[in-house]
Design a protein around this ligand. Sequence first.
Ligand code: MIC
Ligand code: SF4
Length: 641
Amino acid sequence: MGLNLTQKIIKNHLVEGDMRAGAEIGIRIDQTLTQDSTGTMAYLQLEAMGVDQVKTKRSVAYIDHNMLQEGFENADDHKYIQTVAHKHGIYFSRPGNGICHQVHLERFGVPGETLLGSDSHTPTGGGIGMLAIGAGGLDVAVAMGGGTYYITMPKVVNVHLKGQLKPYVSAKDIILEVLRKLTVKGGVGKVIEYTGDGVTTLSVPERATITNMGAELGATTSVFPSDEATRDFLNAQCRGEVWKELSPDVDAEYDEYVEIDLSQLEPLTAAPHSPDHIKSVSEVGGIKVDQIAIGSCTNSSYQDMMKVAKILKGQNVHPDVSLVISPGSKQVLNMLAVNGALADMIAAGARILESGCGPCIGMGQAPASNAVSLRTFNRNFKGRCGTDSADVYLVSPEVAAVSAITGKLTDPTTCTVDIGVEIPERFLIQDNMIILPSDTPDAVEVVRGSNIKPFPLNSELSQVIEGKVLIKVGDNITTDHIMPSNAKLLPYRSNIPHLAEYCLAPCNEEFPARAKQNGGGIIVGGDNYGQGSSREHAALVPLYLGIKAVITKSFARIHKANLINSGILPLTFAQPEDYDKIHELDTLIITNAVDQLKNGSTIIVKNVTQGTEYTMNVQLSDKELEMILAGGKINLIKQNQ
Ligand code: MIC
Ligand code: SF4
């Protein structure tokens, strides 16, 4: 039996385990990336582990999220990351150089290698044929130190693309169609592998749009083959030497199969407030639009920006629309400046933002009250844009640019402007915003600002776990609910006590106070709890507030791993209907917790308030169990030293 591409890359990196779907495997990580909002914590952890020089082939620290230097906090964190990277053998991408995923694709990605990044959209690298996985900062720190990365061997879903897209229908519509078919939890425990003739019609940046937003499926990652289009892209980045051809065996087998006929697709949108609320643009109709934001790691490539510039050329942005554009990298922005496309955007009335995440993570450009905002981004969770009452629709750059002119959501397929853009023969390459690791690391002094506070550490699991249900939430709770991020909070990513005041506040403002009054407790959630980002703050902050266990119908992959790394026990209802029987403020108790965990795959949770008990599933590998018993990954590492 032949192997699919996912299995081939895993096989080449397998350190431990059996490649059977559902079994735990350990893989070797070739490259890592961090960004600043998860990076401070990751590097504090790297330092705590005593790693001197990173052991990966390439590790890069990006600054792209916290760019509004409202106070000293962000600038201090940038300095810390710059100096700690310089000392420990890590490349540093300066603020302004661009969004981590875009820059990594341009300058560092290598087909067939593994990449672990402290950001959920790390799978963008799948566009170039990498096995690129998002993880919590601690897992990335361990990988930088040469440690094995453990995951569940995924099932592999084959998405077979046939045909060719019509003009003005784009890669964004392909991934929105996949989201329509599979939903935000349809990818959990799976890798999405793209094949078919349709693949050859897509350039690397288009493929990267698709693998990027595969994160919204909850998938472990997504991957495309490495073919001539990959070679052309790498040649144009003057990195042709890292290209190699990669494809699945002809008799490769897959666990699931989805077919998409590209020629049948039409412009789609993810309606508020979930990336899988998919409708066609024409079905939603010409709703009036107040704001349009083009950019983010999903849609900010040179090709995307050139299409937008071509649509805007000689036109005026509608007077009722605020159009903001953030090109994904310095390379993209510089090329637009040199070829005049930037001037076309500015002349039309676009507001140009620096190359970074910006409005995607609520760092400015919050829409007006009750506004409709069209965004080419990947997440439209309620409130993420900074305005609770706003309705965010996720769309392609083509839909966004045409709607910016008309002032209403517009199906662009009737436009006649030619927006064909090829990958240039040579991108403009100037790596002067990337600082190489120091040749004399011992001489580098790490600069730590006063905003950097120690991170919380758990203690060994006790036999009795007791606490009140401090909050009971529904399905698909995101890490943006658990640990909101916006312009006010992002500067405090290295200050857990400050962040704790806002934990789960979008669900219940009283949660932090309730947790403190009760000396901690238990969280109860529905399906796909913790979907979205990789931020380990969504586990570290609950840990700081004394959360001992989180009981749900099911978990999102990265968040579950972050809870385990923090020593917080994740449990799932053996009988999903028991979810309905637990009430907020009930007191729950688990007796003989350590023994129960060691002896079986279920555990009994007693509800003292109601005088009942429930059976919960414990879905932990042996290594994860060890971590829970030790009180988290750092404690376990220390125990084993
Ligand atoms: C996001 O898009 O939610 C983020 C901000 O990039 C996060 C990382 C973070 O919270 O710092 C992610 O996707 O992992
Ligand atoms: Fe940045 Fe948005 Fe991409 Fe997250 S999703 S890395 S915030 S651009």
